[in-house]
Design a protein around this ligand. Sequence first.
Ligand code: PLP
Length: 421
Amino acid sequence: MKWSATGTRFTSHSGILQLMDDLGRALSGPDKKCMLGGGNPALIPEVAAIWRAQMRSLLEDQSRFDGVLGRYDTPQGRPTFLRAVAGMLNREYDWNLTEENIAVTNGSQSAFFILFNLLAGPDDRGMSRRVLFPLMPEYIGYRDQAIRPDDFVACEPGIEQIDEHTHKYHIDFDSLEAGPDIAAICVSRPTNPTGNVLTDEEIARLDEMAQARRIPLIIDNAYGAPFPDIIFADARPTWNENVVLSMSLSKIGLPSLRTGILVARPDIVRAVGAMNAIVSLANGAVGQALTERLFETGEILTMSRDIIRPFYRHRRDHALGCVRSSFGDRFPWSVHRPEGSLFLWIWFPRLPGTTTQLYERLKERDVIVVPGRYFSFGRSGTWDHTEECIRVNYAMNEHDVEHGIAVIAEEVARMWSTGCR
Ligand SMILES: Cc1ncc(COP(=O)(O)O)c(C=O)c1O
């Protein structure tokens, strides 16, 4: 097939495509895999019961049910849902939002595709602008989303070594510059893959920088407050007219319903609605209908605080305990302080070989993780640091996490003792 330049870019066998293929194949094979690789949230029984109750009540209300399934919504989202989301956020944070500040997308993944390509690239005077990611490593899902390969630029972090086995990344503001070629600044907070939560001060400085340049600060809040609230650090959610805050129903337990929510000023919301109309006419409505009452009553907040956050906190502590007891003093290791999201980001300083090789060795033993190199983009060349890191999802069952981490310890120890042969 003769693809366009854009078609070639999106269909070329990029590392991430190969990896996702690998993950899918590993899962569909005959042997049971220990899946610590993907971004799936946990299936929490109390939360699943809430979805079933909401679905039953939707089914019992015949005209509502028929309307949800049988009509296209406006490209911006269901008006009742937009009002419910704005109302909940106003009660929580006093942001003075109206439905004109909320846009729904088919998952937040597509919100980023829309935003990045609305903002980056050549403008009407031919000047090319890029999206700045101030803190690598960043979410793997952004890396192939730009229509032009040079539309992203990124910075390496400062690394604070908190103790022998714990570190934290900080934005290196001394090297960070948002010149006239920058169209927007984007961060995930909590960060996938590292579990980092940018401090309020870091967010305030980014906000100041973006306001000075009159460019949006995009904050990806897929794991943050007030829902799903998988955040264990003290951090204040931020919104103002210059911020685009992205949220999602996925990590609260509804990834298959593909519902992303953007909070932004009205001209950005209208632009996202216009792109939605072109790309997909309208959004899927089931996620919105299923959760609308939970936004109205505030139950979305209580279930996040009382069920979801404690669940993941427990899983995080369990995974950290497994790392400590399996790794011990066998080789050098350091975990990024896990302040949110559902991942441990583990660094093996001076590892003989790369974590891409470690990934292959683990796959042979039916343990799936994600090697660190895929979380670095927007820079030229490779970055040795990410070649020494892996991401481990700790949302799966505790037995698999314990087993998977024990196998990781064995393989890393073997790489050290054999010099990676
Ligand atoms: C940081 C981050 N942002 C966005 C997404 C996309 O999520 P969804 O499209 O399911 O809303 C993910 C999914 O893993 C994520 O980790």
